[in-house]
Ligand binder design. Structure first.
Ligand code: PLP
Length: 380
């Protein structure tokens, strides 16, 4: 057959090997079918929705829709810099932190060079490495029967996997899909052990759900380690996933590389305004964390009663282990048939698990009732 422009043989090998994003579910069809009864616990959006201050910033969208957005995102970067004690030049904005995680591999990992991450880490790390044509090195996670942090990152093993050629080490803390975390001391040891020529990227998408979030953040280590980059997002605790705003902080020289690569108007004006306004409302983040802290043990206890184990989590979701892939699949199908969307985990090599986001308080009874019914039905 004649070659076409899109034939694999004509594409960059890294592009030919990529697969398009699989959303897991047809959410549009689910929403049309179940309307306001739908319980969406598949994508780790927050429990309480956006802060009123963020919604107020969206109230007059006319000018923001008409004019190009500020390409530098100055108001939002300044607000982030004030809140976190950073230099605005140490911050770059992204169309979600997903964009920045992709740009990091594109910018810092030439084709064929090693990019290291943990086996059960956030899926975008592998995708970013593949898109750059870099060599993905997936390091075994802690064992499933680890007493403290089953399937968590193993900071020592990750550090040993990095050598002078390793360009990027990605770590999510806390991690999706496991919910597990590691303490600042472990990160400090890892940073001390990794070559200074390796960029260590700490993805803190769920950081706001940790106790003492500011004290535990890798942002505090930036002055000590020039090879550290930290990514954050407004998609999780801030409840602004639909607006697509993330940011990265690091050495201004590293940030300047990402500035060269990102699309000029990557964060739209409404998103910039709402994100900046969200930062004014500390109380909303505290309420969100409290809602998650209240919902997590309720969901874990119900699952335990049903014979389903969960991993320790400092995120707004639990990874539930159904013990067998066919059981997890049966529960997932039955939940879906009843209007509850949970996240299947086969793509993460964890087919026997489902990831279940902590629901908004008003949705909690419906989720718990659906779990009781479906898990009992799927239990031999
Ligand atoms: C660990 C982690 N990092 C980053 C992201 C990307 O978030 P966003 O692109 O919405 O900022 C997610 C989203 O689920 C995530 O779970």
């Amino acid at each position: 057959m004649a070659l076409q422009p899109w034939s694999d043989a004509r594409l960059p090998p890294a592009v030919a090997a990529l697969r398009a994003y699989d959303p897991g579910h047809d959410l549009v069809a689910f929403r049309a079918r179940f309307g306001s009864r739908l319980v969406e616990v598949g994508s780790n959006e927050n429990l309480l929705g956006p802060a009123p201050s963020a919604l107020a910033a969206l109230a007059d969208p006319g000018a923001a829709a008409w004019r190009y957005p500020d390409p530098r995102g100055s108001v939002l970067r300044d607000a982030l810099a004030r809140l976190h004690g950073l230099d605005p030049d140490a911050i770059v904005l992204g169309n979600g932190s997903h964009e920045l995680l992709m740009r990091i591999a594109q910018g810092f990992a030439p084709a064929g060079t090693p990019v290291v991450f943990s086996r059960h880490a956030f899926a975008v790390f592998a995708i970013a490495a593949a898109a750059a044509g870099a060599r993905a090195v997936a390091v075994p996670s802690l064992p499933a029967d680890h007493p403290a942090m089953p399937l968590g990152h193993d900071p020592e093993a990750l550090a040993s996997a990095c050598d002078a050629d390793t360009r990027v080490l990605y770590l999510a803390n806390p991690n999706n899909p496991t919910g597990t975390w590691f303490e600042p001391a472990a990160l400090a040891r890892l940073l001390a052990a990794v070559p200074s020529t390796t960029l260590v990227v700490v993805d803190e998408a769920y950081q706001e759900y940790q106790p003492d979030a500011a004290a535990r953040s890798a942002l505090r280590l930036l002055p000590r380690y020039r090879n550290l980059l930290v990514t954050r997002t407004f998609s999780k605790a801030y409840g602004l996933a639909g607006l697509r705003v993330g940011w990265a902080a690091g050495d201004p020289a590293a940030i300047a590389v990402l500035e060269r690569l990102r699309e000029s108007f990557n964060v739209n004006g409404l998103a910039q305004a709402a994100a900046a306004a969200a930062l004014d409302d500390d109380g909303h983040i505290a309420a969100e964390r409290a809602a998650a802290d209240a919902a997590r043990p309720v969901l874990a206890a119900l699952l335990a009663e049903l014979g389903v184990g969960t991993l320790p989590s400092r995120c707004n979701f639990l990874l539930a282990d159904f013990g067998a892939t066919d059981r997890a699949e049966a529960v997932e199908r039955a939940l879906g048939a009843g209007g509850v969307v949970a996240r299947p985990m086969a793509g993460y090599g964890l087919g026997r698990c489902l990831r279940i986001s902590l629901p908004p308080p008003a949705r909690q009874p419906a989720l718990l009732a659906a779990l009781v019914q479906t898990v009992r039905a799927a239990t031999p």
